[in-house]
Design a protein around this ligand. Sequence first.
Ligand SMILES: NC(=O)c1ccc[n+]([C@@H]2O[C@H](COP(=O)([O-])OP(=O)(O)OC[C@H]3O[C@@H](n4cnc5c(N)ncnc54)[C@H](O)[C@@H]3O)[C@@H](O)[C@H]2O)c1
Length: 436
Amino acid sequence: MDLRQKIESKQVVIGVVGLGYVGLPLLIEFAREGVSVIGLDIDESKIQKLAKGESYIKHIPSEKIAKINAMGKTQYTSDFVRSAEADVLLLALPTPLDEHREPDLSYITNTGYSLKPFLRKDQMVVLESSTWPGTTDEALRPILEESGLICNKDFYIAFSPEREDPNNPKFHLRNIPKIVGADDPYALDCAVKLYGYVTTPVPVTSTRVAESAKLLENIFRSVNIALVNEMKMILDRMGIDVWEVIQAASTKPFGFMPFYPGPGLGGHCIPIDPFYLTWKAHEFDMPTRFIELAGEVNTNMPYYVVEKTVEALNNVDKSMRKSKCLILGVAYKKDIDDMRETPAFKVMEILREKGAEVEYYDPFIPKLPATRKYQYDMSSIELTPEKVKQYDVVIVITDHTDVDYQLVRQNAKLIIDTRNVFRLYGPLKQGNIVKA
Ligand SMILES: NC(=O)c1ccc[n+]([C@@H]2O[C@H](COP(=O)([O-])OP(=O)(O)OC[C@H]3O[C@@H](n4cnc5c(N)ncnc54)[C@H](O)[C@@H]3O)[C@@H](O)[C@H]2O)c1
Protein backbone atom coordinates (compact mmCIF):
# COMPACT_ATOMS: atom_id res chain seq x y z
CA MET A 1 0.00 0.00 0.00
CA ASP A 2 1.50 3.36 -0.94
CA LEU A 3 1.21 6.55 1.10
CA ARG A 4 -1.87 7.82 -0.75
CA GLN A 5 -3.69 4.52 -0.29
CA LYS A 6 -2.83 4.52 3.41
CA ILE A 7 -4.26 8.03 3.75
CA GLU A 8 -7.36 7.21 1.71
CA SER A 9 -8.06 4.10 3.77
CA LYS A 10 -7.29 5.88 7.05
CA GLN A 11 -4.55 3.38 7.82
CA VAL A 12 -1.95 6.12 7.98
CA VAL A 13 0.13 6.70 11.11
CA ILE A 14 0.56 10.41 11.84
CA GLY A 15 3.46 11.82 13.82
CA VAL A 16 3.16 15.32 15.27
CA VAL A 17 6.55 16.80 16.13
CA GLY A 18 6.45 19.73 18.57
CA LEU A 19 3.48 19.57 20.95
CA GLY A 20 2.99 23.24 21.80
CA TYR A 21 0.15 25.67 21.14
CA VAL A 22 -0.09 24.48 17.54
CA GLY A 23 1.02 20.84 17.66
CA LEU A 24 -1.14 19.70 20.55
CA PRO A 25 -4.52 20.79 19.09
CA LEU A 26 -3.44 19.25 15.78
CA LEU A 27 -2.63 15.94 17.45
CA ILE A 28 -5.95 15.97 19.32
CA GLU A 29 -8.01 16.50 16.17
CA PHE A 30 -6.26 13.75 14.18
CA ALA A 31 -6.53 11.40 17.16
CA ARG A 32 -10.26 12.12 17.39
CA GLU A 33 -10.56 10.82 13.81
CA GLY A 34 -9.52 7.41 15.11
CA VAL A 35 -6.19 7.24 13.27
CA SER A 36 -2.95 6.20 14.96
CA VAL A 37 -1.01 9.21 16.17
CA ILE A 38 2.44 9.57 17.70
CA GLY A 39 3.24 12.80 19.53
CA LEU A 40 6.95 13.65 19.58
CA ASP A 41 8.56 16.40 21.63
CA ILE A 42 12.02 16.93 23.11
CA ASP A 43 10.40 18.24 26.30
CA GLU A 44 10.13 15.10 28.43
CA SER A 45 7.86 16.80 30.97
CA LYS A 46 5.24 17.39 28.26
CA ILE A 47 5.45 13.76 27.15
CA GLN A 48 4.90 12.52 30.70
CA LYS A 49 1.95 14.80 31.28
CA LEU A 50 0.26 13.81 28.04
CA ALA A 51 0.78 10.13 28.78
CA LYS A 52 -1.06 10.69 32.07
CA GLY A 53 -3.86 12.52 30.26
CA GLU A 54 -2.85 15.94 31.56
CA SER A 55 -2.79 19.17 29.60
CA TYR A 56 -0.18 21.91 30.15
CA ILE A 57 -2.01 24.53 28.08
CA LYS A 58 -4.66 26.36 30.04
CA HIS A 59 -7.32 26.54 27.33
CA ILE A 60 -6.95 22.85 26.37
CA PRO A 61 -8.78 20.81 29.01
CA SER A 62 -7.11 17.64 30.31
CA GLU A 63 -10.34 15.72 29.56
CA LYS A 64 -9.62 16.13 25.85
CA ILE A 65 -6.26 14.41 26.26
CA ALA A 66 -7.72 11.71 28.51
CA LYS A 67 -10.43 11.05 25.92
CA ILE A 68 -8.05 10.49 23.02
CA ASN A 69 -5.77 8.42 25.24
CA ALA A 70 -8.73 6.19 26.08
CA MET A 71 -9.26 5.54 22.35
CA GLY A 72 -5.95 3.65 22.56
CA LYS A 73 -4.35 4.85 19.32
CA THR A 74 -2.25 7.78 20.55
CA GLN A 75 1.25 7.50 21.93
CA TYR A 76 3.76 10.07 23.12
CA THR A 77 7.53 9.93 23.01
CA SER A 78 10.71 11.98 23.03
CA ASP A 79 12.59 9.28 21.13
CA PHE A 80 13.08 10.12 17.46
CA VAL A 81 13.63 6.43 16.60
CA ARG A 82 9.86 6.21 16.70
CA SER A 83 9.49 8.77 13.94
CA ALA A 84 10.05 5.88 11.52
CA GLU A 85 6.69 4.43 12.58
CA ALA A 86 4.87 7.49 11.25
CA ASP A 87 3.87 7.67 7.58
CA VAL A 88 3.39 11.43 7.79
CA LEU A 89 5.26 13.77 10.14
CA LEU A 90 3.74 17.18 10.85
CA LEU A 91 6.31 19.63 12.24
CA ALA A 92 4.90 22.34 14.53
CA LEU A 93 8.13 23.87 15.76
CA PRO A 94 9.01 27.36 17.00
CA THR A 95 10.37 29.92 14.53
CA PRO A 96 11.57 32.84 16.68
CA LEU A 97 13.98 35.66 15.87
CA ASP A 98 17.52 35.53 17.22
CA GLU A 99 19.20 38.32 19.19
CA HIS A 100 19.92 40.17 15.93
CA ARG A 101 16.23 39.93 15.01
CA GLU A 102 17.03 37.47 12.25
CA PRO A 103 15.14 34.21 11.62
CA ASP A 104 16.19 31.40 13.94
CA LEU A 105 15.57 28.19 12.01
CA SER A 106 17.52 26.06 14.47
CA TYR A 107 14.39 24.27 15.75
CA ILE A 108 13.53 23.21 12.21
CA THR A 109 17.05 22.24 11.20
CA ASN A 110 17.70 20.39 14.48
CA THR A 111 14.51 18.42 13.96
CA GLY A 112 15.55 17.73 10.37
CA TYR A 113 18.82 16.23 11.65
CA SER A 114 16.96 14.22 14.31
CA LEU A 115 14.57 12.79 11.70
CA LYS A 116 17.21 12.13 9.03
CA PRO A 117 18.63 8.82 10.40
CA PHE A 118 15.14 7.31 10.58
CA LEU A 119 13.66 8.72 7.40
CA ARG A 120 12.31 5.94 5.23
CA LYS A 121 10.79 5.44 1.79
CA ASP A 122 7.26 6.70 1.21
CA GLN A 123 7.29 8.92 4.29
CA MET A 124 6.02 12.47 4.14
CA VAL A 125 7.19 15.48 6.16
CA VAL A 126 4.95 18.55 6.37
CA LEU A 127 6.28 21.75 7.89
CA GLU A 128 3.70 23.93 9.65
CA SER A 129 5.89 26.63 11.22
CA SER A 130 5.53 30.21 9.96
CA THR A 131 8.68 31.01 7.99
CA TRP A 132 10.24 32.70 4.96
CA PRO A 133 9.34 31.51 1.45
CA GLY A 134 11.72 28.76 0.46
CA THR A 135 12.37 27.29 3.92
CA THR A 136 10.83 23.89 3.21
CA ASP A 137 12.70 23.49 -0.06
CA GLU A 138 15.99 25.24 0.78
CA ALA A 139 16.48 24.52 4.48
CA LEU A 140 14.56 21.34 5.34
CA ARG A 141 14.72 19.27 2.13
CA PRO A 142 18.56 19.22 1.84
CA ILE A 143 18.93 17.96 5.42
CA LEU A 144 16.44 15.15 4.83
CA GLU A 145 18.12 14.28 1.51
CA GLU A 146 21.41 13.75 3.37
CA SER A 147 19.77 10.42 4.27
CA GLY A 148 20.42 9.35 0.67
CA LEU A 149 16.69 9.35 -0.12
CA ILE A 150 15.47 11.68 -2.85
CA CYS A 151 12.74 14.18 -2.17
CA ASN A 152 9.45 13.74 -4.03
CA LYS A 153 10.65 10.39 -5.31
CA ASP A 154 11.54 8.35 -2.21
CA PHE A 155 9.94 10.63 0.36
CA TYR A 156 7.73 13.73 0.16
CA ILE A 157 7.58 17.19 1.65
CA ALA A 158 4.86 19.81 1.91
CA PHE A 159 4.13 23.03 3.76
CA SER A 160 0.86 23.85 5.49
CA PRO A 161 0.81 27.03 7.55
CA GLU A 162 -0.95 27.07 10.87
CA ARG A 163 -3.83 29.48 11.44
CA GLU A 164 -4.60 28.37 14.97
CA ASP A 165 -5.99 31.21 17.09
CA PRO A 166 -5.63 29.88 20.65
CA ASN A 167 -8.86 29.95 22.64
CA ASN A 168 -10.91 31.55 19.87
CA PRO A 169 -14.45 30.28 20.65
CA LYS A 170 -15.61 30.68 17.05
CA PHE A 171 -12.70 29.49 14.92
CA HIS A 172 -10.62 26.37 15.43
CA LEU A 173 -8.79 23.80 13.35
CA ARG A 174 -12.02 22.18 12.11
CA ASN A 175 -13.57 25.33 10.64
CA ILE A 176 -10.50 27.32 9.57
CA PRO A 177 -9.57 26.40 5.96
CA LYS A 178 -5.94 25.24 5.80
CA ILE A 179 -3.56 26.14 2.99
CA VAL A 180 -1.56 23.18 1.75
CA GLY A 181 1.33 23.56 -0.69
CA ALA A 182 3.73 21.06 -2.22
CA ASP A 183 6.17 21.11 -5.12
CA ASP A 184 5.01 17.77 -6.47
CA PRO A 185 1.42 16.80 -7.49
CA TYR A 186 1.47 13.44 -5.70
CA ALA A 187 2.78 15.03 -2.49
CA LEU A 188 0.11 17.73 -2.74
CA ASP A 189 -2.64 15.18 -3.25
CA CYS A 190 -1.48 13.17 -0.23
CA ALA A 191 -1.24 16.23 2.02
CA VAL A 192 -4.62 17.59 0.89
CA LYS A 193 -6.29 14.23 1.55
CA LEU A 194 -4.66 14.00 4.96
CA TYR A 195 -5.72 17.46 6.16
CA GLY A 196 -9.16 16.74 4.71
CA TYR A 197 -9.70 14.44 7.74
CA VAL A 198 -9.92 17.41 10.06
CA THR A 199 -10.43 20.60 8.04
CA THR A 200 -11.03 22.09 4.59
CA PRO A 201 -7.72 22.08 2.72
CA VAL A 202 -6.89 24.89 0.28
CA PRO A 203 -4.37 23.45 -2.19
CA VAL A 204 -1.73 25.72 -3.73
CA THR A 205 0.87 24.81 -6.29
CA SER A 206 4.08 25.15 -4.28
CA THR A 207 5.52 25.20 -0.78
CA ARG A 208 6.69 28.78 -1.46
CA VAL A 209 3.15 30.01 -2.20
CA ALA A 210 1.92 28.43 1.04
CA GLU A 211 4.81 29.94 3.02
CA SER A 212 4.22 33.38 1.49
CA ALA A 213 0.46 33.29 2.09
CA LYS A 214 1.02 32.86 5.81
CA LEU A 215 3.41 35.81 5.89
CA LEU A 216 0.99 37.96 3.91
CA GLU A 217 -1.77 37.21 6.45
CA ASN A 218 0.38 38.28 9.37
CA ILE A 219 1.96 41.29 7.65
CA PHE A 220 -1.56 42.46 6.75
CA ARG A 221 -2.41 42.43 10.46
CA SER A 222 0.81 44.04 11.59
CA VAL A 223 0.43 46.90 9.08
CA ASN A 224 -3.23 47.51 9.92
CA ILE A 225 -2.59 47.43 13.66
CA ALA A 226 0.21 49.96 13.14
CA LEU A 227 -2.14 52.16 11.11
CA VAL A 228 -4.77 52.16 13.82
CA ASN A 229 -2.14 52.77 16.51
CA GLU A 230 -0.95 55.79 14.56
CA MET A 231 -4.55 57.00 14.23
CA LYS A 232 -4.91 56.59 17.99
CA MET A 233 -1.97 58.90 18.69
CA ILE A 234 -3.06 61.51 16.13
CA LEU A 235 -6.69 61.55 17.26
CA ASP A 236 -5.69 61.62 20.93
CA ARG A 237 -3.73 64.83 20.29
CA MET A 238 -6.86 66.24 18.65
CA GLY A 239 -9.03 65.18 21.57
CA ILE A 240 -10.96 62.60 19.52
CA ASP A 241 -11.72 59.08 20.78
CA VAL A 242 -10.25 56.56 18.31
CA TRP A 243 -12.53 53.80 19.64
CA GLU A 244 -15.64 55.72 18.74
CA VAL A 245 -14.13 56.55 15.35
CA ILE A 246 -13.46 52.87 14.62
CA GLN A 247 -16.98 51.93 15.69
CA ALA A 248 -18.43 54.55 13.36
CA ALA A 249 -16.19 53.55 10.42
CA SER A 250 -17.11 49.89 10.95
CA THR A 251 -20.69 50.56 9.92
CA LYS A 252 -19.49 50.72 6.30
CA PRO A 253 -20.60 47.37 4.88
CA PHE A 254 -17.72 47.06 2.38
CA GLY A 255 -14.10 48.16 2.04
CA PHE A 256 -13.40 48.57 5.76
CA MET A 257 -12.30 46.06 8.34
CA PRO A 258 -11.89 47.18 11.96
CA PHE A 259 -8.53 46.78 13.69
CA TYR A 260 -8.04 47.96 17.25
CA PRO A 261 -5.20 49.85 18.89
CA GLY A 262 -3.34 48.50 21.90
CA PRO A 263 -0.19 48.63 24.01
CA GLY A 264 1.97 47.01 21.31
CA LEU A 265 2.20 43.73 19.48
CA GLY A 266 2.52 40.39 21.24
CA GLY A 267 2.56 36.67 20.60
CA HIS A 268 4.67 34.31 18.60
CA CYS A 269 3.41 35.50 15.20
CA ILE A 270 2.57 39.12 14.41
CA PRO A 271 5.68 40.77 15.94
CA ILE A 272 7.99 38.15 14.41
CA ASP A 273 6.78 36.70 11.12
CA PRO A 274 7.01 39.94 9.06
CA PHE A 275 10.76 40.01 9.72
CA TYR A 276 11.10 36.55 8.19
CA LEU A 277 10.06 38.12 4.90
CA THR A 278 12.32 41.15 5.43
CA TRP A 279 15.28 38.85 5.94
CA LYS A 280 14.57 36.88 2.76
CA ALA A 281 13.83 40.06 0.75
CA HIS A 282 17.38 41.28 1.45
CA GLU A 283 18.66 38.35 -0.58
CA PHE A 284 16.74 39.83 -3.54
CA ASP A 285 17.88 43.44 -2.88
CA MET A 286 14.29 44.36 -2.05
CA PRO A 287 13.38 46.79 0.72
CA THR A 288 10.33 46.03 2.89
CA ARG A 289 9.31 49.55 3.84
CA PHE A 290 5.72 48.86 4.95
CA ILE A 291 6.91 46.07 7.22
CA GLU A 292 9.66 48.17 8.78
CA LEU A 293 7.38 51.16 9.29
CA ALA A 294 4.65 49.05 10.89
CA GLY A 295 7.30 47.51 13.15
CA GLU A 296 8.52 50.95 14.13
CA VAL A 297 5.03 52.26 15.03
CA ASN A 298 4.06 49.11 16.93
CA THR A 299 7.37 48.95 18.83
CA ASN A 300 6.81 52.48 20.02
CA MET A 301 3.44 51.64 21.65
CA PRO A 302 4.72 50.56 25.10
CA TYR A 303 6.64 53.87 25.27
CA TYR A 304 3.48 55.73 24.33
CA VAL A 305 1.52 53.97 27.10
CA VAL A 306 4.16 54.96 29.66
CA GLU A 307 4.19 58.56 28.37
CA LYS A 308 0.43 58.74 28.84
CA THR A 309 0.86 57.32 32.34
CA VAL A 310 3.51 59.92 33.24
CA GLU A 311 1.20 62.66 31.97
CA ALA A 312 -1.82 61.31 33.86
CA LEU A 313 0.17 61.04 37.11
CA ASN A 314 1.49 64.53 36.56
CA ASN A 315 -2.08 65.80 36.27
CA VAL A 316 -2.75 64.59 39.81
CA ASP A 317 0.55 66.07 41.11
CA LYS A 318 2.35 62.74 41.20
CA SER A 319 5.65 61.79 39.65
CA MET A 320 6.39 58.42 38.15
CA ARG A 321 9.37 57.93 40.48
CA LYS A 322 8.26 55.89 43.49
CA SER A 323 4.67 55.68 42.26
CA LYS A 324 3.00 52.30 42.67
CA CYS A 325 1.75 50.78 39.40
CA LEU A 326 -0.43 47.74 38.87
CA ILE A 327 -0.27 46.05 35.48
CA LEU A 328 -3.64 44.44 34.75
CA GLY A 329 -3.01 41.47 32.44
CA VAL A 330 0.38 40.32 31.20
CA ALA A 331 -0.67 37.70 28.61
CA TYR A 332 -0.24 38.99 25.07
CA LYS A 333 -3.97 38.71 24.40
CA LYS A 334 -7.17 38.11 26.30
CA ASP A 335 -8.12 34.84 27.95
CA ILE A 336 -4.93 32.91 27.28
CA ASP A 337 -1.85 32.12 29.36
CA ASP A 338 0.70 32.84 26.62
CA MET A 339 3.19 35.63 27.40
CA ARG A 340 5.48 35.36 24.42
CA GLU A 341 6.54 38.80 23.18
CA THR A 342 3.91 40.42 25.39
CA PRO A 343 4.12 44.24 25.44
CA ALA A 344 3.43 44.03 29.22
CA PHE A 345 7.08 43.14 29.82
CA LYS A 346 8.33 46.18 27.91
CA VAL A 347 5.89 48.49 29.72
CA MET A 348 7.05 47.06 33.06
CA GLU A 349 10.69 47.55 32.08
CA ILE A 350 10.20 51.21 31.13
CA LEU A 351 8.17 51.89 34.28
CA ARG A 352 10.92 50.41 36.44
CA GLU A 353 13.59 52.38 34.61
CA LYS A 354 11.62 55.48 35.52
CA GLY A 355 11.69 54.48 39.18
CA ALA A 356 8.14 53.16 39.56
CA GLU A 357 7.26 50.17 41.73
CA VAL A 358 5.48 47.61 39.57
CA GLU A 359 3.22 44.67 40.43
CA TYR A 360 0.83 42.72 38.26
CA TYR A 361 -2.44 40.84 38.25
CA ASP A 362 -3.26 38.14 35.72
CA PRO A 363 -5.74 35.35 36.47
CA PHE A 364 -4.07 33.14 33.85
CA ILE A 365 -0.47 33.70 34.95
CA PRO A 366 0.14 33.17 38.69
CA LYS A 367 3.94 33.51 38.32
CA LEU A 368 6.15 35.14 35.73
CA PRO A 369 8.68 32.63 34.43
CA ALA A 370 12.10 33.90 33.37
CA THR A 371 12.29 34.53 29.63
CA ARG A 372 15.36 34.91 27.42
CA LYS A 373 15.06 38.68 27.70
CA TYR A 374 13.33 39.40 31.02
CA GLN A 375 13.90 37.93 34.47
CA TYR A 376 10.90 39.11 36.47
CA ASP A 377 10.71 37.25 39.74
CA MET A 378 7.08 38.13 40.47
CA SER A 379 3.76 36.56 41.35
CA SER A 380 0.32 37.87 40.53
CA ILE A 381 -1.27 39.88 43.34
CA GLU A 382 -4.72 39.10 44.66
CA LEU A 383 -7.23 41.51 43.27
CA THR A 384 -8.94 42.85 46.42
CA PRO A 385 -10.40 46.31 47.06
CA GLU A 386 -7.74 47.02 49.73
CA LYS A 387 -4.92 46.06 47.36
CA VAL A 388 -6.24 48.09 44.40
CA LYS A 389 -6.55 51.15 46.63
CA GLN A 390 -2.80 51.03 47.30
CA TYR A 391 -1.78 51.78 43.71
CA ASP A 392 -1.28 55.22 42.26
CA VAL A 393 -2.20 53.88 38.86
CA VAL A 394 -3.63 50.72 37.28
CA ILE A 395 -2.56 50.08 33.68
CA VAL A 396 -4.72 47.71 31.63
CA ILE A 397 -2.55 45.81 29.18
CA THR A 398 -4.70 42.70 28.57
CA ASP A 399 -8.50 42.71 28.60
CA HIS A 400 -9.10 39.23 30.06
CA THR A 401 -12.80 38.51 30.48
CA ASP A 402 -12.44 36.99 33.93
CA VAL A 403 -11.40 40.15 35.82
CA ASP A 404 -13.59 42.03 38.28
CA TYR A 405 -13.48 45.37 36.48
CA GLN A 406 -16.18 46.79 38.76
CA LEU A 407 -13.92 46.17 41.73
CA VAL A 408 -11.08 47.93 39.93
CA ARG A 409 -13.30 50.82 38.90
CA GLN A 410 -14.59 51.30 42.42
CA ASN A 411 -11.20 51.29 44.09
CA ALA A 412 -8.55 52.57 41.67
CA LYS A 413 -7.32 56.15 41.87
CA LEU A 414 -6.28 56.32 38.24
CA ILE A 415 -6.62 53.90 35.32
CA ILE A 416 -4.73 53.82 32.03
CA ASP A 417 -6.86 51.76 29.67
CA THR A 418 -5.11 50.52 26.53
CA ARG A 419 -8.01 48.24 25.53
CA ASN A 420 -11.07 50.39 26.11
CA VAL A 421 -12.33 47.77 28.54
CA PHE A 422 -13.84 50.37 30.87
CA ARG A 423 -16.23 51.61 28.17
CA LEU A 424 -18.79 49.30 29.76
CA TYR A 425 -18.36 50.55 33.31
CA GLY A 426 -18.64 54.32 33.29
CA PRO A 427 -16.33 56.82 34.98
CA LEU A 428 -14.14 56.00 37.96
CA LYS A 429 -15.63 56.39 41.38
CA GLN A 430 -12.71 58.30 42.76
CA GLY A 431 -10.45 59.24 39.89
CA ASN A 432 -9.89 59.24 36.21
CA ILE A 433 -9.71 56.82 33.30
CA VAL A 434 -7.24 57.71 30.56
CA LYS A 435 -7.29 55.83 27.27
CA ALA A 436 -3.84 55.11 25.93
N1 LIG B 1 0.81 29.86 18.83
C1 LIG B 1 0.07 30.29 17.83
O1 LIG B 1 -1.00 30.84 18.05
C2 LIG B 1 0.48 30.12 16.38
C3 LIG B 1 -0.46 30.41 15.39
C4 LIG B 1 -0.10 30.26 14.06
C5 LIG B 1 1.17 29.82 13.74
N2 LIG B 1 2.08 29.55 14.73
C6 LIG B 1 3.39 29.07 14.32
O2 LIG B 1 3.47 27.68 14.62
C7 LIG B 1 4.79 27.32 15.01
C8 LIG B 1 4.79 26.64 16.38
O3 LIG B 1 4.35 27.57 17.35
P1 LIG B 1 3.83 27.14 18.79
O4 LIG B 1 3.13 28.35 19.32
O5 LIG B 1 3.10 25.85 18.73
O6 LIG B 1 5.23 26.92 19.54
P2 LIG B 1 5.45 26.26 20.99
O7 LIG B 1 6.69 26.82 21.53
O8 LIG B 1 4.17 26.38 21.80
O9 LIG B 1 5.64 24.72 20.70
C9 LIG B 1 6.76 24.19 20.07
C10 LIG B 1 7.04 22.81 20.64
O10 LIG B 1 8.13 22.26 19.92
C11 LIG B 1 8.96 21.54 20.82
N3 LIG B 1 10.27 21.38 20.22
C12 LIG B 1 11.26 22.30 20.10
N4 LIG B 1 12.32 21.77 19.46
C13 LIG B 1 11.99 20.50 19.14
C14 LIG B 1 12.65 19.45 18.47
N5 LIG B 1 13.88 19.61 17.97
N6 LIG B 1 12.01 18.28 18.33
C15 LIG B 1 10.76 18.10 18.83
N7 LIG B 1 10.07 19.06 19.48
C16 LIG B 1 10.68 20.25 19.62
C17 LIG B 1 8.92 22.37 22.07
O11 LIG B 1 9.30 21.63 23.20
C18 LIG B 1 7.45 22.81 22.11
O12 LIG B 1 6.65 21.88 22.82
C19 LIG B 1 5.60 28.62 14.94
O13 LIG B 1 6.22 28.72 13.71
C20 LIG B 1 4.54 29.70 15.07
O14 LIG B 1 4.94 30.90 14.47
C21 LIG B 1 1.74 29.67 16.04
